[in-house]
Design a protein around this ligand. Structure first.
Ligand code: PEP
Length: 251
């Protein structure tokens, strides 16, 4: 199956609502409607409504949240829920980003729970998996990403699995300027695709986009996107500047 590439911007803890308005004035002037790409923005929860407003004439662009809590409501000061994300109009939710796992201590069990809540809430989860440098050097990359994938899918039925997005983001490549080669990315995307095939079969697995993320920039985006089994890009730093992001989405 030929998938439309998914090009996603993870703004992390950057861009106030004022910054976002300026970003979209510049970005939208350069990028007309893109039928051949699915474009996704993950702003902070506080900036999200400003982004949705800036994109009100561009309903083909998806807006998502960077995280949700493991419960949908209650006494959890500082958290945001799937219910809130859906109500505000978000369509997709990042789960298990390496900063959630390694800075905030998100466990595989938490990703299992979040994936189930997001799927039940009829939003699209984008599950991030990736190995640390130490795990890579120990030859454990495939084992680590397979374990993270299996935890993420543990409570989903096959239809829900068929509707996810997946991102391979080696931890050593995120925000470091060190990118996986297209061959390295393809190899691990192949591992992930085979794991998806054994879970849901060829046809459903072929419809799940697997994005690569980790120091993507306007210089390496087209090569990575052309690599076998790479169906899109998840970009942090290089998505913050409107001009750099416009070049990447056109890659
Ligand atoms: C990310 O945060 O998902 C990411 C890939 O960051 P960067 O592009 O800055 O490496």
């Amino acid at each position: 199956m030929h998938l439309k590439p998914v090009i996603a911007a993870n703004w992390k803890l950057n861009h106030t609502p004022t910054d976002a308005k300026a970003f979209f004035q510049r970005f939208l002037a350069q990028v007309p409607k893109l039928n051949e790409r699915t474009l996704v923005f993950f702003p902070s929860a506080i900036t999200l409504t400003t982004v949705m407003d800036a994109l009100r004439d561009r309903p083909e662009v998806w807006v998502g949240v960077q995280n949700v809590h493991t419960e949908v409501q209650g006494a959890f000061t500082g958290e945001n829920s799937v219910l809130m994300a859906r109500d505000v109009g978000a369509r997709v939710v990042l789960v298990g980003h390496s900063e959630r796992r390694h800075v905030f201590g998100e466990t595989d069990a938490m990703t299992t729970r979040k994936m189930a809540l997001i799927a039940q809430g009829r939003l699209t989860p984008m599950l991030c998996v990736g190995e640390t440098l130490e795990e890579r050097e120990a030859g454990r990359t495939a084992e680590v990403v397979e374990r993270q994938l299996s935890a993420g899918l543990a409570e989903l039925d096959d239809v829900q699995v068929g509707a996810i997005m997946l991102a391979y983001e080696p931890v050593w490549a995120i925000g470091t300027g060190r990118t996986a080669t297209p061959d390295d990315a393809s190899e691990i995307h192949g591992v992930l695709r085979r794991a998806l095939v054994s879970r849901v079969g060829e046809k459903a697995a072929a419809g799940i986009p697997i994005l690569y993320g980790g120091s993507v920039n306007r210089g390496n985006a087209s090569q990575l996107l052309a690599a076998p089994d790479v169906d899109g890009l998840l970009v942090g730093g290089a998505s913050l500047d409107a001009d750099s992001w416009a070049s990447i989405v056109r890659a």
